[in-house]
Design a protein around this ligand. Structure first.
Ligand SMILES: CC(C)(COP(=O)(O)OP(=O)(O)OC[C@H]1O[C@@H](n2cnc3c(N)ncnc32)[C@H](O)[C@@H]1OP(=O)(O)O)[C@@H](O)C(=O)NCCC(=O)NCCS
Length: 322
């Protein structure tokens, strides 16, 4: 049975994630012990599917591919393991692989390639993943689950962590946003694409990571955007950041004022927000009785908006607020 997500408590500012001691380092000895135990518990699995060739297959995957996309070789290997040994054995292999990837990150000092705030976020997430690999029930890292895809991609450095979110590099958004909301938006998007971005490719894309939901609050996102500003300085070719979600909808100011900050703070500091289309994820109703009631009363229709924060204004916001 899959474990419940962490309790939804708000961290007081003095316990903000940057001060979490786990963001300083990862317990390498515990990591090695956990991996050795997993492997000694399932000797046949690791004899038939040793870690090194699997790691080699993972290393061949391009890092700028979407984190949910796997090469035919990796997908084929997974299918073979599921067909011959079952899903649980694949999960054991993937848990050991995540430990191996984290160990490699630490031994090779990969953290040095990131600004200190993102490095701290890696350590924080690695310590969390180590806990989850050690303690959580099977099913927690089912190979079809979003949580697994995100944590696996973090270990592979296919995405990087920023508090309550994770970020894909080298992403683009569809130009169809030109046509999704009438003439006024067409002109605004055209202006953005020609003069501001410019263009719709080479952005960082933010995704929420529900394993880090305890940092989903104004302080957590401000810290996340400061990490992004630092990452943008490391990547001069990246034009800015974007995210698309129901919680970037301006209607939330009335419907869920507690979430309005997600759109408002970036928009007040240089981000643009454009309508994409109706939201079909079900996300708005996952937690909130209020939004469900308002929807049933015909007073709220979930809509997806894209929020795009160009690099120049994001970096200058960060410098003003540091
Ligand atoms: C995105 C998300 C994490 C935001 O959570 P949030 O900051 O707590 O804000 P929400 O408005 O969604 O809160 C939901 C409810 O929990 C309540 N709540 C908020 N904080 C709480 C806390 N610390 N303890 C208990 N309940 C809390 C709120 O009152 C709200 O209920 P209400 O709207 O009926 O009053 C949450 O909505 C979620 O998990 N959604 C599903 C996944 C999703 O949509 N992902 C994004 C895809 S783009």
């Amino acid at each position: 049975m899959a474990a419940d997500p962490p309790a939804r408590t708000r961290r007081p500012p003095d316990q903000a994630m940057t001060k979490d001691p786990r963001s300083e380092t990862v317990d390498l000895e515990r990591l090695r012990r956990t991996k050795a135990k997993l492997m000694s518990d399932c000797p046949r699995l690791f004899q038939t599917f040793p870690l090194s060739p699997y790691m080699a297959l993972l290393d061949q995957m391009p890092l700028d591919q979407p984190y949910t996309t796997f090469t035919p070789q990796v997908a084929g290997l997974w299918k073979r393991i599921i067909d011959e040994h079952g899903k649980e054995q694949l999960e054991i292999l993937n848990r050991a692989t995540m430990l191996e990837l984290m160990e490699r990150f630490l031994i090779r000092n990969r953290g040095e390639n990131y600004p200190s705030c993102v490095r701290g976020q890696y350590y924080l997430n690695f310590s969390r993943i180590l806990d989850e690999v050690s303690d959580f029930d099977f099913g927690n890292y089912d190979n079809d689950s979003d949580i697994f895809h995100k944590d696996f991609a973090l270990c592979r450095e296919n995405i990087f962590p920023i508090g309550p979110g994770v970020v894909e590099r080298n992403c683009g958004f569809s130009r169809s946003v030109l046509f999704s909301n009438g003439v006024r938006q067409f002109l605004d998007v055209a202006h953005f694409l020609i003069f501001v971005g410019p263009g719709n490719s080479r952005y960082f894309q933010i995704h929420t990571h529900l394993r880090m939901v305890q940092d989903f609050n104004p302080d957590g996102w401000e810290h996340a955007y400061r990490c992004l500003a630092e990452m943008l300085k490391y990547h001069p070719e990246t034009k800015g950041v974007f995210r698309a979600s129901w919680f970037c909808d301006p209607a939330l100011e009335e419907v869920s004022p507690n979430l309005a900050y997600i759109r408002k703070m970036p928009q007040d500091n240089g981000a643009d927000v454009f309508y994409i289309g109706p939201d079909k994820t079900g996300g708005p109703f996952a937690r909130s009785q209020t939004r469900r009631r308002l929807f049933e009363e015909g007073k709220y229709l979930p809509k997806t908006y894209i929020l795009i924060w160009p690099r120049k204004s994001l970096i200058s916001w960060s410098e003003r607020n540091n």
